[in-house]
Design a protein around this ligand. Structure first.
Ligand SMILES: [Zn+2]
Length: 93
């Protein structure tokens, strides 16, 4: 999995952003530039940021064959302490 080399902080409140999900596709419809779109969410203010990371053709095809387009690590997200507390307060469990 692609991972940032630094801590991504929320530009609004300064909280550490948490990886939410990613997807693989083209930069624009019809484009031949393949990207992995990485979504990060702030557990404090709910801001969502996404980053388009360019992929080489061979790596793109390898990832695409493994995840078939999109992978949502729902359990990873729910296991984050601040997210668990927030979801609990919203009545999820
Ligand atoms: Zn924030």
């Amino acid at each position: 999995m692609l991972e940032p080399t630094f801590t991504i902080r929320c530009p609004v409140c300064g909280e550490e952003m948490v990886f939410r999900k990613n997807s693989v596709g083209n930069l624009k419809p019809g484009s031949r530039i393949h990207v992995c779109v990485m979504f990060y969410k702030c557990p404090k203010c709910d801001l969502v940021l996404h980053f388009d990371v360019p992929l080489e053709e061979a790596y793109y095809r390898q990832i695409k064959s493994l995840i078939d387009g999109e992978y949502e690590p729902v359990e990873d997200w729910k296991m984050h302490e601040k997210i668990r507390e927030k979801l609990r307060r919203l009545g999820y469990w």
